[in-house]
Design a protein around this ligand. Sequence first.
Ligand code: HEM
Length: 435
Amino acid sequence: MSKLPGHSGISLLSDKSLEFYRDPVAFYQRRIEKHGSRIFEARLLNKSTSFVCSVQGMKELLCEKSSVFQKDPSDVMHHIYGDNIVTANGEEACLLRLSLTQLFTGKCLQACTDYINSVCERCLKGLSASEEPQSIYPLFKRLGTELVLGLFLNVHPEETPDFFREITRLCTLHWHGIISAPVNVKMPLWSSGFCTALEAKDKLMDIIHEKLDCEQEGFVADLRALPLPDDSCAPQHLLLFISALIPKALSSLLTSFTLALCGPSREGIRKRARAEPEYLNHVLLEVQRLWPPFIGGRRIANQDTTLGSYHVSKGYAAMYVSHAIHRDPEVFHQPEEFLPERWSGRNAGQEKLLCSLGNGPRNCIGAQLNHLFLKVACGFLLQHYDWDLSPTPQNLQYKWLPVSRPIVPPMVSFKSLGCSTSQQTEGASVRQDND
Ligand code: HEM
């Protein structure tokens, strides 16, 4: 058994967190080249960490050795969201998944379809009306927020606009706590982002408790009816589900989809995706492969073990890097190219090798909902519009943390395809049973 390539030193001085958070892609590319290996070691968050950048390594970490590599209960998510499934392990995590998954699959998922169609229509129907270019990232984030607050909290901007705005504001403040240092400092006229986030969380929890007490149907009532370990479990999870994280991830994917299919050079792809649902699926897989919203996830080894035949000691961390895994040339030929056809050719049936929604027994429980939403939103855009950057060219360089998106918000102009609204809506609506 050999030692992992690279080194993590012994103290804070060797810590590479800053370098990683500044530019995670340059970080891993430099080391893969230097060590000639897609698994290597460096110090992150002051812990010796194995970085996993290959499909094989990801499968070993997240699937085969999922009982050895466990979630970190002291993850920064825990500071800001409290106890929930994301940082739970073992039997507790299994039972929570068993209960919560029901809310995002089967009948519950089917019940979301009409609502998703109506939100997409409301938010996306006027894009060509003003002939002005649109800043697509905030536009899609608003769509994601309407979707999440409507589905999970039964709060709709057209019914209670002030309440909707207030919750959105609180969710944003709460989110800023994740990306600020966990220091709870408050002084007159100044409070740290983390402290402000905790105050926003308290207000959100008041709203959530009220909803759980009053709502008689929909997601909140379904959640209340689940067998959960204690009384704090439902509110804590509702806080997680309405967090700004999900609209940001959805907006990241919709933005990447729009950019990937932009302009005259991608007209053929748009036409084919419009006509062939299977091809649209392949386009969406390719978008998730090249632009995963989250850079990856972290685990801690609960015993001495191996990764890719390298030794990993108990207590050490391992981080899978989706961006790198999705570009593993062993599995994805021409890894940097946007090639939807790969999913009907060489990579047919290999979508389980992606990890933009995690992988293995701790993958994303919202994966099917996410897929449905993307299908409806991207289907709506395709059925109604052609689009291009405006002005051209634009700087489309991405940042990858905390959620991937172009650094400069891209501006896109949409041109109506010109069919009547009722025809368009019929074409764009997606029914669960057509899947
Ligand atoms: C674009 C949308 C989404 C993306 C990119 C995404 C991504 C992910 C990823 C990468 C993980 C695995 C984290 C890890 O390995 O440590 C995960 C887990 C999870 N996701 Fe999602 N997710 C999305 C939407 C959703 C939605 C809509 C929900 C539900 C409302 C959701 C709920 C969860 C939960 C509860 C977990 C933790 C599962 C566990 O730890 O067992 N996600 N998600």
